[in-house]
Design a protein around this ligand. Sequence first.
Ligand code: KG4
Ligand code: ZN
Length: 337
Amino acid sequence: MRILALESSCDETAAAVVEDGRRVLSSVVASQVAEHRLYGGVVPEIASRRHCEAVVPVTEQALQEAGLALGEVDGIAVTAAPGLVGALLVGVNFAKGLALAARKPLIPVHHLRAHIAANYIASPGLEPPFLCLVVSGGHSHIIRVDGYTRIHVLGRTRDDAAGEAFDKAARAMGMPYPGGIELDRVAEGGDPGAFRLPKPTVDGSPYDFSFSGLKTAVINLLHNAAQKGVQVSIPDLAASYRQAVVDCLTRNFVHAAEATGARKLVLAGGVSANTLLRRRMQELCRQNGWQLFMPQLSLCGDNAAMVGAQAYFEQQAGHFAGMALNARPTMSIEAGF
Ligand code: KG4
Ligand code: ZN
């Protein structure tokens, strides 16, 4: 089964062809990040306009690289939630048009389920059940994946997502958008013990996260230093901050793994590209005898191959949409379309 998949939930316009949920025949990503960088973050209106421009050539390229005509694919998949609604609508409407014109089934995909599915491509032997840490620009979840489409959220962030926490702190440290990757790079050359930062817990909810206090602590530290004319070592601050965020993520993930008796731990989402998070998880899994799965860096960020992967399992479960499909800015990862 070959699925043509589209992704337009944020600032990447992507199309891919994926066979049987695991084999990528083509994957094309057009990133708008350079333009949004001018404004320090994603400007939704600009994102929608760029998706409109890119969606046709990106889709044509994906089909061409897969060596297929539209009539030869077996289904059209699209990220329909969650994300920027104007951005999502471009992919959703285009996918509906393709499905109608080519008389193909339309398969709606939840963006975070797609991030998890990046691991089915990266590790062809990976099958549920497993425990997954999904960390992206908009979400931080600890999830029990009981089946490909049977998903149970154990913990979530109460305020900022991990990626957002990285981006906002990086911005305060003078780094360009999206700062997470730059902060990660700069942190490699710093001392993680240089600054003592909070590692907030959420009372009574051992699997939930809270990052806003940590982010505020860094912003206050920088303001105080500026007022006193004290120089702050940015590599040291970046290293200390990254350590604190990763400690919070791994602490709760380990609690959940111990409490649920999980054997397989999986990372997903843009923040799963973080060097320290990957290193710490490798150590923890080695110590505890857990099997660790994480996508290669090219599959951590937004792409359409992961959408095509999840779509295969959604259609196997009979999850299709009609022409009434709409984009949704928010949606629980547990709910089906
Ligand atoms: O999953 P993703 O590509 O988009 C969303 O669905 O949100 O995640 C993007 C987020 C951004 O916040 C970005 O700064 C962060 O992932 N990110 C990183 C790294 N690479 C990307 N955060 C920390 N370390 C990285 N190496
Ligand atoms: Zn994403």
